[in-house]
Design a protein around this ligand. Structure first.
Ligand code: HSE
Length: 405
């Protein structure tokens, strides 16, 4: 048997003890043997930053004073699971400044300030890693920035929010009410502290921005992209789409535009039922990355929840400790030039109008009819969002959704 001295252990701190923070503590404890085999030394949680002390298995590790963590030279990695901006941003900067690696699941912070924090990490010769910020337990950031690095990335799209995918699945499969399905997603630890960020597409927006930043090398601000969630979706559209061979999914999409610009947006889409994303259900996420050498590569797995997200965080902790300090970091610059309005992106569109097929044809020319029963559901040819908006001005539009081609 091998005996470790206390100073042989790698010590980490966790900031926050919500769903993800608790998961990190659990994964470190439950998988300590595998982790030790990888690192050659045991990994130990030395401190957990909380706002309010709570009884439980981690009581002895809790502190409400970040400077205790910051000033502790034994703590080499800080896992930030507080979420949000203010405290998370301040503590991340302070941890990096003092030469600690930082690992996070914080989509908001990475999408808004990631380029700057990566620059600071590089200056301090430490790592800022955020695999858990997109796709929960699915490895997607590392494959994008490492395995696919020889490619020009032309497009990324996917189901990036577990809560809304869970809600849509429950509503379609069992006819559950929106509010009941949301409550279930919250109870399972999928939803954000403020679930309106899930429902309104904001969470998926942050994630597609991070992927776009990494793919295109320039900042895409979450505030500059158009974001639409599932709150306005009608079950009528779900049924019309299903009869025509489509499922409705909330997708984030980032693409390189003709002419060299780039764009990103989040919106519900009709997905053909033979497309791999059509059968991604419950909390599962799936991301397609299109490289000019690889073609489409699909990543699939649990996109939210305590243990999947914690798995990505702890893997980043291990990577931070293993990585050579000389390795070039993935990153992007803070310049937002070249962002094109997503209205310029072209797809087919689905419309449901209060009106006839003749009205639809007058507005769009040739259309493909999906339903005609007082209202008319139809698909347009491939047009830009701007054209869809202009041509439909004269119509009484009940729904308008993009179609995934
Ligand atoms: N609220 C997020 C989701 C958590 O439902 O996908 C994982 O990022």
């Amino acid at each position: 048997m091998k005996y470790w001295q206390v100073e042989d252990m790698i010590k980490i701190a966790i900031l926050g003890l919500g769903t993800v923070g608790t998961g990190v503590a659990k994964v470190v404890a439950e998988n300590h043997r595998q982790i030790e085999r990888k690192l050659g030394e045991p990994l130990e949680v030395k401190a957990i930053l909380v706002r309010h002390f709570k009884d439980g298995p981690y009581r002895q590790l809790m502190t409400d004073d970040f400077s205790q963590i910051e000033e502790d030279p034994e703590i080499r990695v800080v896992v930030e699971t507080i979420g949000g901006m203010e405290a998370a941003y301040e503590y991340t900067k302070r941890a990096l400044e003092t030469g600690k690696h930082v690992v996070t699941a914080n989509k908001q912070l990475v999408s808004e300030r990631g380029w700057e924090l990566l620059r600071l990490a590089k200056k301090k010769n430490v790592n800022y890693l955020f695999e858990a910020s997109v796709g929960g337990g699915i490895p997607v950031i590392h494959p994008l920035t490492q395995c696919m690095v020889a490619n020009r990335i032309d497009e990324i799209y996917g189901i990036l929010n577990g809560t809304t995918n869970y809600i849509l699945t429950r509503m379609v499969r069992t006819g559950a009410f929106f509010s009941d399905a949301l409550r279930e997603a919250q109870a399972k630890g999928y939803a954000e502290a403020d679930p309106s960020a899930d429902v309104n597409g904001i969470d998926a927006g942050r994630k597609i921005c991070i992927l776009a930043d990494l793919a295109f090398g320039q900042q895409v601000d979450p505030d500059s992209i158009s974001v639409e969630g599932i709150s306005k979706l009608s079950l009528r559209d779900v049924k019309v789409a299903a009869r025509a061979g489509y499922r409705i999914k909330l997708l984030g999409r980032a693409l390189r535009m003709p002419g060299g610009g780039r764009t990103a947006y989040v919106a519900p889409h009709l997905v053909p039922e033979d497309h791999p994303l059509a059968n991604v259900e419950d909390v599962y996420n799936a991301v397609v990355i299109r490289g000019n050498a690889t073609g489409d590569v699909l990543f699939y797995g649990k996109g939210a929840g305590e243990l999947p997200t914690a798995s990505a965080c702890v893997s980043d902790v291990i990577e931070a400790m293993q990585r050579s300090a000389k390795r070039e970091e993935a990153g992007w610059n803070g310049d937002t030039d070249g962002f094109v309005d997503p209205l310029e992106a072209a797809t087919r569109f689905y419309f449901r109008i209060e009106g006839s097929l003749t009205d639809a044809a007058m507005a769009f020319g040739q259309v493909e009819v999906l339903s005609e029963d007082g209202e008319t559901g139809f698909l347009t040819d491939r047009i830009t969002g701007r054209e869809a908006r202009e041509h439909s001005r004269s119509l009484n539009v009940l729904s308008c959704l993009r179609v995934l081609e």
